[in-house]
Design a protein around this ligand. Structure first.
Ligand SMILES: Nc1ncnc2c1ncn2[C@@H]1O[C@H](COP(=O)(O)OP(=O)(O)OP(=O)(O)O)[C@@H](O)[C@H]1O
Ligand SMILES: [Mg+2]
Length: 305
């Protein structure tokens, strides 16, 4: 084998193991605990749930944790115009077909079919962005738990197969909607909103395991992030993800600068780097000055009065 190719193959195999060994770090309480329990109830009752929540609220993480708890694989697909039924179900590799004909050996399974056959948890993000005919290709797998694979036959899903949709609330209201037929298959809606202060601070901490972050710094990050959720000038506010990023960047800057604790200046700077791209303001508002003003308002100027 070519040297470069051999190097890649070795590294790829190691990385596969690394992904399998990765443990999910999740705060399961309040809405997350409720959602976890309802997911389990839905599965037992044979109902397909949809999870609705703003970006970065923990939808994907929740499904990953749910799959991990029952030692199942987790597969997911994010909907957009470019996704075809062949990505979901699979397709024949023309080069292999020449050699082996239309058989399983020349078939490359799609993500949904893999999940159905292996009995995994299947997360479908933003299904409303899929073209309607692709949404329709999901009806049989979701309703009958079976799928017709052309030239190979009809496959029934394994017992562990559990499909779940996730959506942003904005998308629910937006022009691109779920097709009526697919929406009709989703029987239970689980809503996730921004968590309580203490819970969000705990989530940020859990996602910064290698840093020691003071309560004071965490509180400031929370107050900054949550302030973006209360102003009408902002269409997309800071997510939990943004808060985690501010915390991690500020902690790393503190370490590099050999500060004893995170200074006002460091925190403001880290927040500016993260938030300048993390928020969507109403049209007509210049983002950078608006972010700077927001940080000053929430964190103060750092000078003692
Ligand atoms: N309950 C929680 N416990 C620990 N970490 C969390 C929790 N909720 C969210 N997070 C963290 O917040 C980040 C975003 O989570 P996730 O990717 O699951 O969000 P999402 O709702 O799927 O976002 P998107 O809509 O953009 O797909 C991740 O870093 C995740 O680890
Ligand atoms: Mg997600």
């Amino acid at each position: 084998m070519h040297k470069e190719a051999a190097k890649f193959t070795k590294a790829f195999k190691e990385r596969l193991d690394a992904a399998t060994d990765e443990k999910v770090r999740i705060v399961i309480k309040e809405q997350y605990k409720d959602a976890f329990d309802i997911l389990s109830d839905c599965e037992n009752a044979g109902l397909i749930p949809g999870i609705i929540g703003p970006p970065g609220i923990g939808k994907t993480l929740l499904l990953r944790a749910y799959a991990e708890k029952s030692r199942r694989e987790f597969h997911w697909v994010t909907g957009d115009e470019g996704v075809r039924p062949s990505h979901l179900i699979g397709s024949f590799n023309p080069a292999l077909v020449l050699d082996k004909g239309f058989s399983l050996d020349s078939f490359e399974p799609g993500t949904l079919l893999k999940s159905m056959v292996l009995g995994g948890v299947f997360g479908l993000n933003e299904a409303n962005r899929l073209p309607e005919y692709v949404q329709n290709s999901l009806l049989e797998p979701f309703e009958e738990l079976s799928v017709n694979v052309q030239r190979l036959g009809r496959v029934k899903a394994s017992d562990g197969f559990f499909p779940v949709l996730t959506l942003n609330p904005e998308e629910m209201a937006g022009a691109h909607r779920l097709s009526e037929a697919l929406r009709d298959r989703i029987r239970v809606w689980i809503r996730l909103g921004y968590p309580r202060k203490e819970t969000e601070m705990e989530i940020v901490r859990v996602n910064c395991p290698e840093y020691t972050i003071s309560d004071d710094t965490l509180e400031k990050i929370y107050s900054l992030v949550s302030s973006t959720r209360m102003t009408t000038d902002i269409e997309i506010p800071a997510s939990i993800r943004a808060g985690i990023s501010v915390a991690r960047l500020a902690a790393e800057m503190t370490k590099r600068q050999k500060e004893k604790s995170t200074s006002h200046q460091t925190l403001s700077k880290a927040a500016s780097y993260v938030l300048s791209g993390a928020l969507r303001f109403r049209p007509g508002i210049d983002p950078q000055p608006a972010v700077d003003a927001l940080i000053r308002r929430s964190l103060g100027t750092g000078r003692k009065a």
